[in-house]
Design a protein around this ligand. Structure first.
Ligand code: URA
Length: 439
């Protein structure tokens, strides 16, 4: 078999590749016998001519088996996982893990670090002093068996083929391709070993998918990949018309989670409940949405979910005094941003708000950048609010760095209108093996 022929087959004949050809590509590229330039040529041909489902399933399987497949068999019970395609102020996992653990599910969660405008769960947790996101596999399982949840960073041995391929896609204009995105995400998720997976597929400003239609197409493909691999998978389609939570920045987002778990119905509450409901239904712990919602509310209102979060932090070495007394978190200096016009907030450029956090030092432009946990933004308004010129719409928390750029990005991220915009819907559809359900 020759890589040259495989490239031509995809390029000229637009033919589906055989399983053996896909395996040959992944094996050869992972072990270095296929060079970057040939891999890039094939990736571009895939971008232009697509892949049928069978090819996408095989590509996922080959990437998944290119490295370690995490064995969670020592964790007793139903193991669930959640994946977000990336958002601003998305700290859903931090609240979701203890809530689901209180309701009998096991949440052994592996998460990523942030890059660019989108934050990472691991970075947020590391703003809690001494919190250890690099547990060994044995300790990870022990913590989950003890308190029902643990959150650690992705080990570098998961799906190494995807890591190499993604590196090439990033610099060859081959990121935005449905089969490549779907197989990339699912190879890592399937390698993480959970029984059930809930995907949160975002669309709009600051998301990979710009339209709801594309998000549904991607979600449908990922659900099929999961089912083909024997996992129960569902996907919530959510809008990025505004940041998910009203605070963005590592320590600020942990503060948000503490409030949420104490029962404050912040903007993120709706997303957390929505995702938790879907996982309770997918895992058949609950059979009705209403019952699932009641159960979630109960563990929050009783303080059980908050206590579970404290236990997880403690078991992962974190300083729980910060969770019990959140004033201990160091937060940057306050600078307020005012509405430049009177009217309804009709549009928010979420990506620019995320970029403002990066400018303040709260995110990374390069993998090696060090994050300032104390900085970020707090929105004091939401999409559709009626504001007067001069009202505070955003509070910036800064440590001098990047304030000017962040201020300008934030001011330009808001559009005002005379008329109220259509009501904001965070989740617009749900996709599972039975099809698409629009809300
Ligand atoms: N996230 C991934 O992990 N892979 C992609 O291709 C796109 C988003």
């Amino acid at each position: 078999m020759r890589m040259y022929d495989i490239i031509l087959k995809k390029k000229y004949n637009k033919e589906p590749l055989s399983d053996a050809e896909i395996q040959f590509f992944i094996d050869g590229f992972t072990d270095g016998t296929i060079p970057d330039y040939q891999a890039s040529a094939l990736l571009m041909a895939i971008c232009c001519n697509g892949m049928i489902e069978r090819e996408t399933f095989k590509l996922t399987e080959a990437m998944l088996n290119s490295g370690d497949v995490i064995d969670l068999s020592s964790i007793k019970g139903i193991k669930v996982d959640k994946h977000s395609t990336g958002g601003v102020a998305d700290s859903t996992s931090l609240a979701l893990a203890p809530i689901l653990a209180c309701l009998g599910l096991m949440v052994p969660k592996m998460s990523g670090r942030g890059l660019g405008f989108s934050g990472g769960t691991v970075d947020k947790l590391e703003s809690i002093p001494n919190f250890n996101t690099s547990l060994t596999e044995e300790r990870f399982a022990e913590v989950v068996n003890q308190c029902g949840c643990a959150i650690i960073g992705q080990t570098s041995d998961v799906a190494p083929a995807d890591k190499k391929i993604y590196g090439l896609r990033d610099v060859t204009g081959t990121v935005d391709c449905m089969p490549l995105i779907a197989s990339s995400i699912m190879s890592k998720k399937l390698a993480s070993g959970a029984d059930m997976i809930l995907l949160d597929v975002k669309f709009g400003s600051g998301a990979f998918m710009k339209t709801e239609e594309d998000a549904i197409t991607l979600a449908t493909l990922m659900v099929k990949i999961g089912e083909n691999a024997g996992k129960r998978v569902g996907a919530l389609i959510t809008s990025m018309q505004q940041p998910l939570g009203n605070r963005a920045g590592n320590s600020l987002e942990v503060l948000n989670i503490i409030e949420l778990l104490k029962g404050v119905k912040t903007r993120l509450y709706q997303e957390v409940v929505e995702v938790a409901v879907k996982l309770l239904l997918l895992s058949r712990v609950e059979t009705s949405e209403h019952q699932a919602e009641l159960a979630i509310e109960k563990v929050i209102e009783s303080g059980e979910a908050f206590e579970r979060f404290v236990s997880m932090v403690e078991l992962q070495g974190g300083d729980t005094s910060y969770i019990l007394n959140s004033e201990k978190f160091e937060i940057g200096e306050l600078f307020e941003i005012y509405a430049t016009e009177s009217g309804y907030i009709s549009k928010i450029d979420t990506e620019q708000l995320g970029n403002a956090c990066v400018d303040l030092g709260g995110g990374r432009l390069q993998k090696t950048d060090i994050i300032d946990n104390a900085v970020g933004i707090e929105m004091t308004c939401s999409l559709g609010d009626l504001v007067k010129k001069g009202d505070v719409i955003v509070k910036i928390f800064h440590n001098q760095r990047g304030l000017k750029q962040a201020t300008s990005l934030i001011q330009n991220a808001f559009t005002y209108s005379e008329n109220a915009p259509a009501p904001y819907k965070m989740a617009s559809a749900y996709v599972d093996i039975n099809g698409v359900k629009k809300y």
